[in-house]
Design a binder for this molecule. Structure first.
Ligand code: URA
Length: 434
């Protein structure tokens, strides 16, 4: 077999066989197939797409390029959630403990923030001492004991994706639905899960900026996961404004603690309940979605989800006293309100600009190795549909370093659009794809 023949086949619209895909992925991961041939192949896939069968074969090869965790020693179904990422998306923090408190095991391998989006690991690390880099045996032991564990990606999970994603990033081939699907699924299925709930974000702060693309990705993720023997559903959810009110690591942790205490912003609570309900159904703890919703509402209000989170924090080396007394979290020194220059209704909030502003003050990273300041961030005081008077704060910037503060404030001002007519609040859950 020769890579150039397979590139030509794909370029001309043919479908590659599982053996051909295996040859390409194994060859690329081992270094036998060079970057220039894989670049040509990914560009051919970008234009010609892939059949479902090809995508399954690609996902399978990428999944088995590394470690696939075996959790069969833990009884019951293991279920996770994957979000395509957004601004203020802290849902994993209340969701995983709520689902585990309801009796379903949640193995969660998460990522770090990059660019305008935050990452679950950075939010967890706002808790002093919290360890996200754990050896596999400790990860499994915590899962067995607590029913959940949240760790970072290890080097041994889907190495083919690591190499391929870096190549796609510099060859303008990221935005290909089959390549994105294989990339996401190869990492998620390596966790040893039986079911997965996808939260596919759409809007100004999302990877998928419009509903059509989000729908296509959601459908493909669900189809391929099901073809690979997993339970799967996708919720298409709004990212045309940040989720909740907090953007920034400690601030999002505090908001998540509120949710775990039965409080918190309505949108964060609603999404936790909805995603959790599907996870409970897949995990066998609910026979119907409405029953799942009721259970999640109960564990959030009766303190059991909060207790589960406290247990997790202790097991992962964190200082659990900050969870019970959140006033002990380290906070930013300076607070700057960004005030409305006219009265009116908030018509739109460009989430990406809020995310970039938060990154500029140090809450996020421009490059994977940039340092971050967990304490800083932005607290939104007004969201779409809210009325604001002249001089009233739209949000408050909590910062320590003012080097890029002016640029951040300018971006926040651009992000908010005010008008005279009260707009409808955006629908949080736009579609459910099964
Ligand atoms: N996220 C991933 O993990 N992979 C992609 O290809 C795109 C987004």
């Amino acid at each position: 077999m020769r890579a150039q023949d397979l590139i030509k086949k794909k370029r001309d619209g043919g479908a590659l066989t599982p053996t051909e895909i295996q040859f390409l992925i194994e060859g690329y991961t081992s270094g036998y197939i060079p970057d220039y041939q894989m670049s040509a192949l990914t560009m051919a896939v970008f234009f010609q797409g892939m059949t479902k069968e090809e995508t399954v074969a690609l996902t399978t090869c990428m999944l088995h390029s590394g470690l696939v965790v075996d959790l069969s020693m833990i009884p019951g179904k293991k279920v996770d959630k994957h979000s395509t990422g957004g601004v203020g998306d802290k849902i994993s923090l209340p969701l995983a403990p709520a689902v585990a408190a309801a009796g379903v095991t949640v193995p969660m391998i998460s990522g770090r923030g990059l660019g305008h989006t935050g990452g679950t690991l950075d939010k967890l690390e706002s808790i002093p001492g919290f360890q996200v880099d754990l050896p596999l045996d400790r990860y499994i032991a915590i899962l067995q004991q607590a029913g959940l564990c949240l760790i970072g990606q290890t080097q041994d999970i889907a190495p083919a994706d690591k190499k391929l994603y870096a190549l796609r990033d510099v060859t303008a081939t990221v935005e290909s639905i089959p390549l994105i699907t294989a990339s996401i699924l190869s990492k998620k299925l390596a966790e040893g899960i039986d079911g997965i709930v996808f939260d596919v974000k759409t809007g100004s702060g999302a990877f998928m900026k419009n509903d059509d693309d989000a729908l296509k990705l959601a459908q493909n993720l669900v189809n391929i996961a099901v073809m690979m023997g997993k339970d799967a559903v996708a919720l298409i959810t709004d990212m045309d404004q940040p989720l909740g009110n907090a953007v920034g690591n400690t601030l999002e942790m505090l908001e998540s603690i509120d949710v775990l205490r039965g409080e918190g912003p309505q949108d964060v609570v609603a999404l936790t309940i909805e995603l959790g309900a599907y996870m409970l159904k897949f995990g066998g703890a609910a026979t119907a979605i409405e029953q799942g919703r009721e259970t999640i509402r109960r564990v959030l209000s009766d303190g059991s989800a909060f207790e589960k989170f406290r247990q997790l924090v202790k097991l992962q080396g964190g200082d659990a006293t900050v969870i019970t007394d959140p006033s002990r979290f380290q906070r930013a020194t300076y607070h700057l309100p960004v005030c409305a220059e006219m009265a009116g209704y908030v018509e739109a909030i460009q989430s990406e600009q809020i995310g970039v502003a938060s990154m500029l003050i140090g809450a996020g990273r421009e490059r994977l190795d940039s340092p971050i300041d967990h304490a800083v961030g932005i607290m939104l005081r007004k969201k779409i549909g809210d009325h604001v008077e002249v001089g009233e704060p739209l949000c408050v910037v909590e910062y320590n370093d003012d080097t890029k503060l002016e640029d951040a404030v300018a971006l926040i001002r651009q992000a908010y659009r005010l008008g005279e007519i009260r707009p409808e609040k955006p629908k949080l859950i736009k579609a459910i794809i099964t």
